[in-house]
Design a binder for this molecule. Sequence first.
Ligand SMILES: [Zn+2]
Length: 386
Amino acid sequence: MIKEAAKPMSYTSKDRIFYSQNNDVNGTTLICFGGIHGNEPAGVYGLQKVISDIVVNDIKFKGNFYALLGNMNALKTGVRYKDYDLNRLWTTYEIESLRDDNQYEFEEQKEQYELYTTIKDICNSNHGDFVFIDLHTTSSPTVPFITISDSLNNRNLADKFNLPIVLGIEEYLEGPLLSYINEFGHVSLGFEAGQHDDEKSVLYCEAFIWLIMEKLGLVSKDQFTYKSSSRLMNIERGFYEIIYRHSLSYTNQFKMKPGFKNFKPILKHQLLANEGVREVKSPSNGLIFMPLYQKQGEDGFFVVRKLSKFWLVLSLVLRNLKFHQLLRLLPGIHKHPENDYCLIANRRITLFLTTKIFHLFGYRKKVIIDDKIHFIKRDRKVIPFT
Ligand SMILES: [Zn+2]
């Protein structure tokens, strides 16, 4: 049990940036979010531990560092969110409806408005590379792992860690914060440190932040407890891909069977959960991922599988050679007239040219508009944050 969890969190909106060091506007800027989900305080405590070390040892970064609080109102009471999940609101529609008149329809609009304007201010006042880290925990026991949108720059940084790396979660979720940030070409990693109330989750967050800082060159190895951090984070390297999401409606009565641990093998037709009187069975062989053992949440569980080295190398080579441009020459596929990163396929062609091929070329997010499938590329040039 996290000891700090006993203390109530009493932040005001002035604490949105609860620590920053701005030393070089042209240097690398690291932005860490803690507590986007209010029942996941380990990220905030991990950041607080790092910050107290920075202050005590008077550490000065080669670059910039910002620690930001997520859902402050939900953190105070320890719930995932009050009205809406703050990590599902980062769609163009929601961003465009943000306003600064204090007449919010629901609690998370205020949180989102403050976060959005803070990120925008940071991005507009610095001119080097940006790296975003979002710290989370899960309701089931798990080894720490990284989640990323499958762009080569995200892969490059994530691959520096001896941790499982899960690609493509954004294909199944609507509006996570890091997917929005990825649209601007910035590197962004999600870090899931362990179970919500496990003391070790705080240690993992702390170690991950230090290691990220070292890998980005903000601090040198001798400036922090490098050995203990890298020993702690020496889990198991490997890339995974999500192949199934069991989505939940607000009204259903989902109950996961006990004992499922992240990344453990499951078999096709294995009983995983109950929804009222209905049994929920695994649609395929694979590994269980993020089984839900709490009331709030829209995802019952996911199924993942390990990606082969061959697939990873092939996709890297194809993308570096810009072979994805050949996809648009195929019949039934054309480029979006306004979006360079989007290919539109008619539904029939996707019977032959499966989603897997689009994944190989770095196209992940699928959106169906007017009976056509839009595949959106994750690799993109950096553009100003708007
Ligand atoms: Zn979370």
